[in-house]
Write a protein that binds this ligand. Structure first.
Ligand code: HEM
Length: 401
């Protein structure tokens, strides 16, 4: 296979020109290998689905592009944090905190999510528009993440700026920039204070309390494990959701007939968000390291080699989805890969779907004929995230911002 076809750090991955490349990879090279990274890049839905639960692949050496492809360390807690540990340790941690993320817990957050969304939209109405990411999605997602974790809401806006800076990218540097490393250090200091605070005075049954109470084989979580797990909660809980919400509003704007159906029947909001998750998964890829020989498409992947799961490519695999390039809010795909699958499946999946649905319901109730200021849209240029960095919505019945 042509080694020039795909490169994870090339500009091609930012925009729409990647879709035909993914198609060729799925058809011609489902185990596309790049010597430079000693890594397989997987694009077929079923391959990824089947490998995710496979214990021959480990998350302990990292999961992100900077960790696995660039050899940089992203967050503390390797081997001890929830999203950096393999079973059985990870299974025990997950079981102990699972109930904070259950469908019932998510439902209990709905009034709060709606109250915040209404407040942000009311403020935005005065201005005539809203950035779906910076002025709505992130402000909601960080507050909900703070509520679950046990962080005072007054801290939420400063956390947003650190989380944004954590993903800072520049055309001059591969992967993390000095700005992103500084933000990581600030987040770690913040989390250390949060943990100390909870040790002195426990919260109200929040995530920090739950983590502090965990014992696996008679041993408490290490401070690094706590830090890494809480960073995943803050960053994972805040950063991805707004991008999917922005994509959802953008696709509905591009498809006025589908938007009209949502306006007529708001019970379609959850389905529309689910389709946006499939169609516009913002995370380019996450991966694992092979720890025992594993066969894939007749080739043996050997210990030390890495495997990257290209979620956006798998979510448009024609082997899994009919006419996958079509955005269709009534598709109701029985399975998608945007929340991963199996061992490390996104704990926040119920919460994320709640937030997306509530924001869309409220936006449609306010103004089903909103416009998008296409010339002011910011598109991301990153090996880690694709999609929108800013998506200005203009209200059809409002004053221009
Ligand atoms: C649309 C929004 C979101 C998307 C697309 C998303 C996606 C993902 C994916 C793909 C994984 C699996 C990683 C892997 O297998 O390597 C994951 C894990 C995780 N996510 Fe999310 N996520 C979202 C929102 C959230 C929210 C709102 C929270 C918390 C409130 C959250 C918390 C977590 C945690 C704690 C894990 C680690 C689970 C583990 O390692 O066992 N996520 N997420």
């Amino acid at each position: 296979m042509d080694p020039q076809l795909y490169h994870p750090l090339s500009e091609t991955v930012y925009g729409d020109e990647i879709w035909p490349v993914f198609r060729r990879m799925r058809d011609e090279a489902p185990d596309y290998f790049l010597e430079e990274f000693d890594t397989y890049f997987l694009t077929r839905f079923q391959d990824i689905w089947d490998l995710l639960p496979n214990p021959n692949l480990s998350i302990a050496r990292g999961q992100t592009t900077v960790e696995l492809l660039l050899g940089q360390s992203a967050a503390p807690g390797q081997g001890e944090a929830l999203s950096a540990a393999d079973p059985p340790y990870q299974t025990a941690i997950r079981a102990a905190i699972m109930k904070l993320f259950s469908p019932n817990s998510a439902r209990r957050l709905e009034p709060l999510a709606r109250e915040f969304t209404r407040r942000f939209l009311a403020e935005a109405r005065e201005r005539g528009g809203v950035d779906a990411i910076g002025e709505l999605g992130m402000r909601l997602s960080v507050r909900i993440a703070c509520t679950i974790i046990g962080i005072p809401l007054e801290e939420s806006d400063r956390l947003v700026s650190d989380v944004n800076a954590f993903f800072d990218r520049s055309d001059e540097t591969e992967g993390s920039t000095p700005t992103s490393l500084d933000a990581r250090d600030r987040l770690v200091d913040f989390i250390d204070e949060l943990i100390d605070g909870h040790r002195r005075r426990p919260g109200d049954g929040d995530l920090v309390d739950a983590l502090l109470g965990i014992e696996v084989d008679g041993r408490r979580m290490t401070d690094d494990g706590l830090r890494g797990t809480l960073i995943t909660g803050i960053v994972g809980g805040t950063e991805t959701l707004p991008k999917v919400f922005a994509a959802c509003t953008y696709r509905l704007w591009q498809h006025p007939d589908q938007r009209a159906r949502v306006a007529e029947d708001p019970s379609l909001c959850g389905d529309a968000f689910w389709e946006a998750l499939r169609y516009d998964m913002p995370t380019q890829m996450l991966g694992r390291t092979v720890i025992r020989d594993t066969e894939l498409h007749g080739r043996v992947m050997t210990p030390g080699q890495k495997v990257m799961y290209l979620w956006p490519a798998a979510n448009r695999d024609e082997r899994e989805f009919d006419d996958p390039e079509r955005f269709d809010i009534e598709r109701r795909a029985p399975r998608i890969l945007s929340f991963g699958h199996a061992t490390h499946r996104c704990l926040g999946a119920n919460v994320a779907q709640l937030e997306g649905r509530v924001m869309l319901e409220e936006l449609m109730a306010l103004d089903p004929d909103y416009e998008i200021a296409e010339d002011e849209v910011v598109r991301l240029r990153s090996e880690f995230f694709r999609g929108f960095g800013a998506l200005p919505i203009r209200f059809s019945n409002g004053v221009a911002a």
